[in-house]
Write a protein that binds this ligand. Structure first.
Ligand code: CU
Length: 298
């Protein structure tokens, strides 16, 4: 998977380079930044293993879909030029061709099997939440995000920065928020995602996560960011008139910085969320009667 990923992303880089030449603002694409850039046309740089795998998979699909599109285009042109009324006045009358029918059934099946061989492992990686070291709950509201750190006893609301504040702080207007979500680097974070009123979606493209926030339901996702920095996301479910104005800002910081931030919020650092195994089913109130023959002290 790894070496495939490298191959595909190498190939993808070639395509990206070509695309960058075409785009007038292409220069922005090549920069290593942690978030969206003006005029960017490629995916945001991946900050997690899952996001990297998503990019590789995206590139693989591109390599499959582009030849198919060109092949179909060539077929269409061939039919239009070779078999139009002028160049082919008396058409043949046959309606079936066994070979062609078998080929155009079997080849797409093979293509789909190849795609699924890469798609399913990625899907499992996204959906199987590893042992988490930190749990954060994001709650979608009309129109902002609320964050809860249940084990650290921290809770706050995150609102977008006003235009003049963003300009004064030299931060991106409509992406920067007053209270960003803060997570430590190289830490497996379990995100619980829910909503108060209507359906929102919690998404940070660089982390490769997008989870529906549904009232009355808690969805789960996870990420483990490998590089400190500021990352941005948005609500990605049309949720109402201010849908475009509930940005997500995530600061990924070092462990000590995170501890300091938790302290500044009046919380305290907890043990790793999953440090202890989950308690087993509670023992029944009355244990099963011991076998009568057991030689137990009376
Ligand atoms: Cu929303």
């Amino acid at each position: 998977m790894r070496s495939w990923g490298r191959f595909w992303s190498g190939a993808g880089a070639a395509i990206s380079a070509g695309a960058a030449l075409l785009a007038t603002a292409g220069a922005a694409v090549a920069q290593t930044v942690t978030g969206p850039v003006d005029g960017g046309i490629d995916l945001q740089p991946a900050a997690t293993e899952v996001a990297r795998d998503i990019h590789s998979f995206h590139t693989l699909l591109l390599w499959i879909i582009v030849p198919i599109t060109l092949f179909v285009l060539a077929l269409l042109l061939w039919v239009m030029l070779r078999y139009n009324r002028a160049s082919n006045p008396t058409p043949k009358k046959f309606t079936h061709n066994m070979t062609v029918e078998v080929v155009w059934t079997v080849v797409p099946v093979i293509i789909l099997v190849v795609i699924s061989a890469f798609s399913f492992p990625l899907l499992f990686k996204q959906e199987q939440i590893p042992q988490a070291q930190l749990t954060i709950k994001a709650t979608g509201n009309t129109w902002n995000w609320g964050y809860t750190y249940p084990d650290q006893d921290v809770e706050f609301i995150s609102n977008p920065l006003a235009e003049e504040d963003a300009a004064a702080q030299n931060r991106p207007y409509r992406m920067a928020v007053d209270e960003p979500m803060v997570v430590p680097v190289n830490t497996t974070v379990r995100m619980l995602v829910t909503a108060n009123d209507v359906i929102h979606a919690f998404s940070v493209p660089s982390f490769g996560i997008k989870e529906d926030a549904v009232p009355g339901r808690v969805n789960e996702t996870w990420f483990r960011v490998e590089k400190t920095g500021t990352y941005y996301g948005f609500c990605q479910e049309l949720c109402g008139i201010q849908h475009a104005f509930m940005p997500i800002e995530v600061r990924v910081v070092s462990e000590p910085e995170f501890a300091a931030w938790i302290a500044s919020k009046g919380g305290q650092m907890a043990e790793a969320t999953d440090a202890a195994p989950a308690p087993a089913m509670p023992a029944p109130a009355t244990p099963d009667p011991a076998p009568a023959t057991a030689g137990q002290p009376g």
